[in-house]
Design a binder for this molecule. Sequence first.
Ligand SMILES: NC(=O)c1ccc[n+]([C@@H]2O[C@H](COP(=O)([O-])OP(=O)(O)OC[C@H]3O[C@@H](n4cnc5c(N)ncnc54)[C@H](O)[C@@H]3O)[C@@H](O)[C@H]2O)c1
Length: 362
Amino acid sequence: MGKMVKETLFGDFYKGRKVFITGHTGFKGSWLSIFLHWLGADVYGYALKPHTIPSLYELAKVDQLVTSTVGDVRDYNFLLRTLKEVQPEVIIHMAAQAIVMESYKNPRETYEINVMGTVNLLDAVRQVESVKAILNITTDKCYENKEWHWGYRENEPMGGYDPYSNSKGCSELVTSSFRNSFFNSKEYKNHGVSLASARAGNVIGGGDWAENRLIPDFIRAIMHGEKLKIRSPYSIRPWQHVLEPLSGYLMLCEKLYTAGTAFAEGWNFGPDDSDAKNVEWITKKICELWGDGASFEIDTNPQPHEANYLKLDCSKAKAELGWAPKWDIETTLKYIVDWNKAWLNKENIRSVSEEQIEEYYK
Ligand SMILES: NC(=O)c1ccc[n+]([C@@H]2O[C@H](COP(=O)([O-])OP(=O)(O)OC[C@H]3O[C@@H](n4cnc5c(N)ncnc54)[C@H](O)[C@@H]3O)[C@@H](O)[C@H]2O)c1
């Protein structure tokens, strides 16, 4: 069954395609590496070593699927040398300091990685002729949060309250400047590069062990037989399974590659309104799905500012790419519980993850 689905996906575009992912050792990068390998792509990765124990990268043995380089996006010369050696056709830039709380502790490092990392990559691409499509992965948090109820559209101003969100807003501005200055659609014949950015919301799925994220905190509490402590129970987050934005990124990269610069702009990939639930709702639901007496309590300690829910208007991706979320929040949580139970049962994590990709496309 898997084979039949694979052959119709993305019109076989990824078969044998040279794709370079920065941040392939992280949560989303590992899923993307498994996904692209499953599609038959020739996958290259550039990132630091996995920074959580355990990590999806190690559990699924992603190093066997990807030609991996351990490198820092702040190291321009090494990044450039690696790109020149690989000569990729498509680049998906995910390497980032991706945690809001960490950005309060280390704002300089967050900006260095998230902003100068983007500058380094885009500048290096100017010297690598094989590249035709680049997608910069930012976040819904890049928008100036006007604390209103309407969805944010792609042409809304950039902003960001905390250093993480703001650094991603800056990374978007860098992308826009490079597109205007070096990868302009009017000059496409000369440079041959389509550059876009993608803004997705809070991504959840099996294989995330980052600190200060709800689902990883839940799994850690379960493993230690403790009660989960939740912050901001009434905060609403745009939860979506990791495969939702990844499928959107892959649809978009194919268009970037095949349609000149027609798709070279910003794109939102967020969940449907009905899936925007608060932290307490998600926690109750996951405890219920997990069973075995899983429970939680509310952490009443003061917490740093976290911006209120910022809803994405995804009309453009739906109309122009034919992308739409496939799994509602309950289905998403069920797959996360299944994945984590399989991990605790010591099942083959790469197969479990590939099976979930197949399920996603059923
Ligand atoms: N997880 C989410 O909910 C979410 C939501 C919106 C956007 N994003 C964005 O998606 C991307 C991936 O997020 P994630 O959740 O997988 O994060 P992650 O922390 O799991 O992974 C980050 C990756 O970036 C790499 N990296 C970090 N600093 C680096 C450096 N200096 N040089 C080279 N590589 C470096 C890490 O090695 C790792 O591979 C990030 O750009 C993040 O901002 C994530």
